[in-house]
Design a protein around this ligand. Sequence first.
Ligand SMILES: *Cc1c(COP(=O)(O)O)cnc(C)c1O
Length: 397
Amino acid sequence: MTSTQQWIEQGLTTVAGTYGRYPLVAARGEGCWLIDSDGKRYLDFLAGVAVNNLGHCHPSVVAAVRDQAGTLIHCSNFYHIPAQIELSRLLCENSFGDRVFFCNSGAEANEAAIKLARKWSTETFTPQRYEIISTKASFHGRTLATVSATGQEKIQAGFAPLLPGFKHVAYGDIEALQQAISPATCAIILEPIQGEGGIHIPPPGYLKAVREFCTEHQLLLILDEIQTGLGRTGTLFAYQQEAMEPDIMTLAKALGGGVPIGAMVARAPYADALGPGSHGSTFGGNPLATAAAVAAFTELNKPEVLQHCIDTGSFFVTQLEQLKKRHPLIRTIRGRGLMIGMELGSEGAPIVNRALELGLLINCTAGNVLRFVPPLIVSRDEINQTIEILDKIFAEQ
Ligand SMILES: *Cc1c(COP(=O)(O)O)cnc(C)c1O
């Protein structure tokens, strides 16, 4: 049998080195717990980076995958796919959207949104109207177009020349956005809460003001709900707490209950700009991924799951605030639902490493923000265990 050390050594040899990996070899998952190849159990408050919103191996996702795997795993998008149709219906009936384009990841969903915005705008107005305004500290993915949309130099470094037609303004600042548009602008892309950038919540009314501004200037509003969507902030989509609706919304992460899938949800008049042959994906929305997603979506959309996320999220924040009183290293706690950031007065990496040793999985964004995105089914007891581990770690600093 391959030992933990052998897996790590082999992995570092033949898997591309695009991640600084922790010395954990993942073996199994159960609810909020990840179990390594030595049988050590970790409380998973990273949840595959906000993917495992139902925890690991949720029975209804497992059943749907097993069943679909024995029936039809893949077929071409040249044909109609029942699970894909069902998922598109669920997404449209539960959002502002009329049409869904399926792909395999968040970056691909944003690519689709960028292509749609350009095509609709250049065909409706002039070929010069293609520019998209994004925000500083945003994150929209790792393909070249989405790296160009992303407002972080460290993610863009080394990949010049980037795709032209993107401008970045301060997040949460409506005036900066208003001043940035020109006759070339066709769309605005935003996260309702910035995730990778450090869990930044915009000021109240910002998203509504952006919506009104977009309507006034015939700009498409693209909301990147890849991290905030699917119950993470306590409602199915984060925009639903903001008294506004986008024109396009992108989803991925939690959509497939752990199976890779992305989606772009759009209003009909815009979506129809992408006609037959204009865009596509071999795997996008395939039977296996959409069967998993129908099962995951059906669970996540239950009022008791969303209510549990709100209740548990506020319990968690209260506990974190208590911790902050005891440990001056903790600067601020911010979040909504179970998307929570803890800003520190120092680098977060040593805390993350120590948490791993003590059986808690978290990560750090923006250098000094610990990110907590546990499964939405997390219990108070599991939150208390996390608080205990964090208390111990901060006491050691
Ligand atoms: C994770 C993420 C992406 C990229 O998704 P991938 O599936 O990794 O391509 C894009 N936008 C946001 C807000 C994300 O959190």
